[in-house]
Design a binder for this molecule. Structure first.
Ligand code: ADP
Length: 498
């Protein structure tokens, strides 16, 4: 180790922040074949925190070569061998938790407390799939006396992975760990904004004993060039993507050429329903956790808040008090709950959604204006937690992902009415409800058209359960015992007995 993470020759100190980083291809740290680089910025103050290789098609092809070569022997390793490497990877991630968390906050902006939790969560996937690699069972299927029917599970092959910037650590292990556990090899292209955690984690993977070529990281500021290779190279058997529905749709179309297997975790627009029998204090805390975690830049965060008319006053009073206490600032500052948005593009979208809601009659109860005029001053894109009441279905906040700390809220009276509003979206990732009525909890969990339902639970994601959406929120599942099957091919073998 220490090749990628150690300071470059011209920088000083034992710090995870060298001036120049390498990508990782075939076990070797290297620059882009064409020699290009690009800067990575800290979203809190726009300072340049690293220079990374700006990879192109040639780098992606080299990575596919390396992953294809490594697959030949990695697929032959025992589940115990793979489990041992993954478990060691988990241990190393935990051992380097503080340094990776700081790196995460620097490149992504989220409060350090959240970054630490994310690193634990990222390590958790490595451990879970270390365990799952030993539980990939085939089947013997009852058949006729003339044959024995078996189903074996085999690694699907080389995997291409494309990850977003909002969870720069957990997205890496949630894709790479199950693929590696299944016996596959991986080429991962992290988001251009946040390549550093991916590189640091991959380096720890090497130190954990992953052979050269099993996990390759291609950094780039030109995602389409690298993405095209992963889509069009016939040797890549599975493409796993987390990102916007718009890009996912494009990849889905392009993958048809080789009928490539796809796993897609796309956008969401989660309804958050508070019933009149809910514990209101806990519902308010849940709303804050769901909406404002990562400054609202999560695909499962609450986007439409439906509060029963009889409890709206109490809910709003408590919510506004709590929101008023939230501290905004750089993720490294003490007690910060709201960090910067990732960039000006993200800020513009939030501003556009708030302006649209205002124009259509929404009442901005707090927040609503960017702090520090980031467009003009070049400072970080800070937007305060914002609550908008009297929202209606025509507003953008009610239909599109805002990806910022904006909480749009409206009232309802009837259970079936609110379920029908909640399901009125082409997204189907996560939904939330607060109620103390057990029968109602069951009933609505069954009726909500979403892949994940949190009842009295605003952050339901755990490594042991499947994460994924229905409708235009995606295909397939990550995590849980289901997650490894994205990287396995069942093979039916019929053995004639004559
Ligand atoms: P977001 O809006 O969250 O940035 P994107 O869907 O644009 O979401 O990005 C998610 C990931 O997809 C990133 O790694 C990004 O580089 C990558 N990406 C964006 N466009 C393409 C493309 N045309 N081909 C392949 N990857 C892409």
């Amino acid at each position: 180790m220490r090749q990628l993470l150690s300071p470059a020759a011209d920088s000083t100190g034992d710090d995870l922040k060298p001036d120049r980083w390498n990508m990782l291809v075939g076990g070797s740290p290297r620059g882009a074949a064409a020699g290009r680089t690009y800067p990575v910025h800290n979203p809190a103050d726009r300072s340049v925190i690293a220079i990374v290789p700006d990879g192109e098609a040639e780098d992606a092809v080299d990575a596919v070569d390396a992953a294809s070569e490594a697959f030949v022997s990695w697929r032959e390793t025992t589940p115990l061998d793979r489990a041992t490497a993954l478990r060691t990877w988990h241990d190393l991630i935990r051992a380097h938790k503080e340094r990776i968390a700081r790196l995460l906050t620097e490149e992504q902006g989220k409060p350090l407390r959240e970054a630490r939790a994310e690193v634990d969560f990222a390590a958790g996937y490595a451990l879970w799939y270390a365990e799952e690699s030993r539980r990939v069972y085939g089947e013997i299927v009852p058949s006729t006396p003339e044959r024995r029917a078996l189903v074996m599970q085999q690694p699907a092959g080389v995997v291409g992975a494309i990850t977003p910037w909002n969870f720069p650590a957990v997205m890496i292990t949630r894709k790479a760990a199950p693929a590696i556990a299944a016996g596959c090899t991986v080429i991962l292209k992290p988001a251009e904004e946040t390549p550093l955690c991916a590189l640091a984690l991959a380096e720890l993977g090497m130190e954990a004993g992953l052979p050269s070529g099993v996990l390759n990281i291609v950094t780039t500021n030109q995602p389409e060039k690298v993405g095209t290779v992963l889509l069009e190279d016939e040797r890549v058997k599975v493409l796993t993507f987390t990102g916007s529905t718009e890009v996912g749709r494009r990849l889905y179309g392009a993958a048809s050429r080789h009928i490539k297997r796809l796993s897609l975790e796309l956008g969401g627009h989660a309804p958050f329903i508070v019933f009149d029998d809910a514990d209101i204090e806990s519902a308010v805390e849940g709303a804050i956790a769901s909406k404002f975690r990562n400054s609202g830049q999560t695909c499962i965060c609450g986007n439409r808040f439906f509060v029963h008319a009889d409890v709206m006053d109490e809910f709003l009073k408590r919510l506004l008090k709590r929101v008023g206490e939230m501290k905004i600032g750089a993720g490294t500052d003490q007690n910060v709950e709201i960090g910067p948005l990732i960039n000006d593009q993200g800020l513009r979208k939030v501003e556009e959604h708030v302006a649209d809601a205002r124009a259509l009659g929404g009442r901005v109860l707090c927040g609503g204006e960017a702090l520090g005029h980031s467009h003009e001053t070049g400072a970080g894109a800070f937007f305060p937690p914002t609550v908008i009441s009297e929202v209606t279905a025509e507003m953008k906040v009610f239909r599109e992902e805002t990806f910022g700390p904006v909480l749009p809220i409206c009232t309802y009276r009837d259970e079936s009415e609110v379920i029908s509003h909640a399901n009125d979206s082409f997204y189907g990732l996560a939904a939330y409800a607060y109620t103390r009525n057990l029968a109602r909890a069951y009933r609505i969990a069954e009726k909500l058209d979403y892949g994940i339902v949190g009842i009295n639970d605003p952050v339901p994601t755990i490594v042991e359960a499947p994460f994924g959406g229905v409708k235009e929120s995606g295909l397939g599942r990550e995590g849980g015992r289901q997650g490894i099957h994205e990287y396995l091919e069942p093979k039916y073998v019929s053995l004639g007995m004559s």
